[in-house]
Each structure stands twice: as structure tokens, then as C-alpha cells.
Design a protein around this ligand. Structure first.
Ligand code: CMP
Length: 134
């Protein structure tokens, strides 16, 4: 079984979409093996988005993800990384399949409801940031 790290971001949390989004993963048959609600520190946010450091939108990204609560999940399934990214949809909601989570719930490239790891190496790295106790 492969593991991936998912974040339900502050925009979706503020709009009370947490349950609906979790239910999409569950109805697909994916296993949620860890879950927590956390208001991330700047340190956690900067370390999570380290590969975007230096990009023009980095500060906006950190300000956004730290502005409120985030729901962090570890999802386990065969091919979890690719599967969850397909379910989430493209980063830009304009490009996202309208049936995807971002296609349904997001209108902005920065406030786009969910995050999930893009490769096995980042999944390991991100799980350690959000779930250091595991
Ligand atoms: P996420 O999957 O969390 O990983 C990196 C995030 O950077 C991405 O989702 C977007 O929310 C954000 N992002 C990517 N490109 C841009 C951009 N051009 N402007 C603002 N935010 C962006």
C-alpha cells in the first residue's frame, strides 16, 4: 500500500467542506490512517512548501496556509499518490476536471481547497512534517 499526505486547506475548512471532502476519499474506498486538525505555524508551512521558496507566490502561500485550521490526513491505497492527485484535480481550478475536488469547490489557484503529495519522496517528507509522532 502506498501512502500520501493530504491537506484540506483553510479556504475549504472555513467553508465547512471538510466532511464532504473526506467523504469523497472514503466513498472512493481509500483508507484514512491518520487525521488531525491543526493551525500550522510559519515553520511548518515554510518547511512543507520549501520547494516553492523563492517563487513570487511563496509568501502568499505561507500566509494563506497559516491563516486558519488545516485538516491533515494520511491516505493509504494502491497508487495513492497518483489516484488522490487525480481526485483533487489540476492546481488551477480553471484547468481542473469539473468532477474533481478542485473542479467542484475551488475558484482560485492559491485557494484551491486541497493539497496532496506529488511523489513518493515528497509524501515521506510531508508526512514527517505533519505527523512527526508517527
Ligand atoms: P499545492 O498542491 O498545495 O502545492 C503548491 C501550491 O502552490 C499549489 O497547491 C497552489 O495552491 C500554489 N500555487 C501554484 N502556483 C501558484 C501561483 N501561480 N500563484 C499562487 N499560488 C500558486
Amino acid at each position: 500500500m502506498e501512502k500520501t499526505l493530504v491537506l484540506i486547506k483553510p479556504d475549504a475548512m472555513e467553508r465547512k467542506l471538510m466532511g464532504e471532502i473526506i467523504s469523497i476519499y472514503e466513498k472512493k474506498g481509500l483508507h484514512i490512517s491518520a487525521l488531525k486538525i491543526i493551525k500550522p505555524s510559519i515553520e511548518i508551512a515554510e518547511s512543507h512548501y520549501i520547494e516553492h521558496k523563492g517563487k513570487p507566490f511563496f509568501k502568499e502561500l505561507v500566509n494563506f496556509i497559516t491563516r486558519g485550521e488545516v485538516c491533515a490526513l494520511i491516505i493509504e491505497a494502491d497508487n495513492a499518490i497518483e489516484l488522490v492527485r487525480k481526485m483533487n484535480g489540476a492546481t488551477n481550478p480553471l484547468d481542473a476536471d469539473m468532477g474533481s475536488i478542485r473542479g467542484q469547490f475551488a475558484v482560485s489557484k492559491s485557494e484551491n481547497a486541497v493539497h496532496s503529495s506529488d511523489c513518493a519522496e515528497n509524501a515521506e517528507r510531508e508526512m514527517k512534517i505533519w505527523f512527526p509522532e508517527i
